[in-house]
Design a protein around this ligand. Sequence first.
Ligand code: MN
Length: 315
Amino acid sequence: MSNTSNSGEMVECPNLAGDPVLKPVTSRKSILGSGLPIIRHLPSRDQRLIGPWCFLDHIGPTRLAEDNGVDVGTHPHIGLQTVTWLFEGALLHKDSLGYEQEIRPGQLNLMTAGHGICHSEESPDGFSGPMHGLQFWIALPAEHEDTEPAFAHHTNLPRWNQDGADITLVVGELAGYRSPARVFSPLTGADILAEQACTLTLPVPATFELGLCINEGSANVDGETLEAGELYYLGCGRHNLTLELDAQSRVMLLGGEPLGQPVLLWWNFVGRDQARLEDAVADWEQWPNERFGDVSAYQGKPLKAPALDAKVKLK
Ligand code: MN
């Protein structure tokens, strides 16, 4: 997906690691493209990062008509990985490496932008019906921000049942499991589904900053009720996380070690300094070019980068 913000907002993401807390993250509702409702959880004015996770869109839940599907035109990324994870529906990814990959629930699309990539995201031809999912971005650590772009589709992810909850480890590590998806810093991203009410305690690294995105139903953590459509920041320093899940609940546990580096987010670009983001904007304005390649399989118009606001000065 593409960042719809064109307000000229430069988001700096300082390292906010601290102690365990539990607080809701202020989120914004938005419409992507021609009518896809999303909740933008990250970045938020009160929570820029959770570990290396720098962007989180909760897509839907909604119902798409055949003539009004998702159509996010060709757009670039640098310095990050995109994680696409669906609960219902389907998306078709096309990128400048030549990949065309339809994704369905239970599958992971992981795109590593690194030095530069561009892609489009559409509903598959003829698709109609429910659409519900998440798209996350993971900021790459400085030493990997220029890595070669890559794309991977994973259908064989660690899945287990714990205390009545079905857990799928989408990326990273959790409770002794490790996802095969390639990531560049210690992190976790796990989908947790409870058909029946249950209580589970997961071991978590105390060095991980954690968040919990409530996608369906409701949950209880630290004596607080957590509601669907909300993201909660859990802080650092936990050794175990106890989740009480109500019946028909689905939550995503995300987090990781803070990067301990500045992370700047402009439109669809992540970098360590403004010059790097300016270079990416300039390169996209001169597209097509070698840096971002081309998505020849996509028929629609590419997206334009908002102009970098010269008044934005970084600390
Ligand atoms: Mn995108």
